[in-house]
Design a protein around this ligand. Sequence first.
Ligand SMILES: Cc1ncc(COP(=O)(O)O)c(C=O)c1O
Length: 353
Amino acid sequence: MSIVKLARPEIQTMKPYEAAIQIDDTVRLNANESPEISPIGNFRRPLNRYPEVRPRGLQSKLADRFGCAPQQLLVTRGSSEAIDLLIRTFCAAGQDNIVTPTPSFSMYWHYARIQAATVIEVPTFAENDFAIDIDAVLAACKPSSKLVFVCSPNNPTGTPLSKDDIIRLLEGRDGKSAVVVDEAYVEFGSEGSVIDLVDHFPNLLVLRTLSKALGFAGARCGAVAGPEGVIRLLNAVQSPYALATPVVECVEDALAAEQLALAEKAVEKIVSERERIMSAIESYAFVSKVWPSQANFFLARFRDADGVMQHCAKNNVLLRHFGGALSDCIRITVGSASDNDCLLRALDTLTES
Ligand SMILES: Cc1ncc(COP(=O)(O)O)c(C=O)c1O
């Protein structure tokens, strides 16, 4: 059953912004642009002109890469923007909620708060390797739960969710909630994407990003894939001209076959480094647990997490420390071999102090 009817009623009837038409080789006096072309930058498209309202070429390329039809995908400013668009499209302020396992990616809370949507948290537990309990997620949902966010592999735990579990969640919330599967780190794991399920489950939305495996965090580019009707709504909500010309051109270049082959090699290196530093870190006496991870980071529990953070910072190595249930844990991003050696050298001196 289509989930378009779950969107805020005023969004369901909204039309996309009507931008000035853009036709090459015409005298363009319809968009209050400058006729002057700046010598700054070396782009294929002139920067005095607005970019396309939606970058259609890039949309096709990304759809191809991720495995869906172009009309099932919206290009966004990082997948962060997609989270924001989804919450604004589906949640009426002060009325609706999102459901998500915790701990998870803090942007779900951030954008929910901006939209005055509440967050129903479903705890996962360290003793259970932070496995997501699908029955508990389903039980936590209410009629006003418009979106269920599951991150797989999850940030900051590195835990993946199986395709079977995702299907159970989709079936359990059929016609009642959109299930948003955030695949920011999917390339580093073995579960693979569930984007192929978009054709079979009308309540599935999948988030992808170019910030992690492709190494283009600075370009701010991501995508949301899902049913055409929902993509149309998100398109109406997204700012016109959201993707700047330099970004579109840089990402088009990043999607060339030889660049993708390099990115694939980089992922292999990161995965092998992940295994190397995880086992090195496990061997320190002051580390009590390292959780398995399918991402480009992992979570470890330290006897004195604050002390480790300070010691590493003094040694020029920055790590990520969270509060609450994870206050004794640190999330470690897998860097280059030499970055990782810096971390291990810093930790070696902690053993000696
Ligand atoms: C789980 C998850 N989703 C989405 C994002 C957002 O990524 P971006 O906006 O760079 O695409 C991040 C970034 O760290 C993340 O960890």
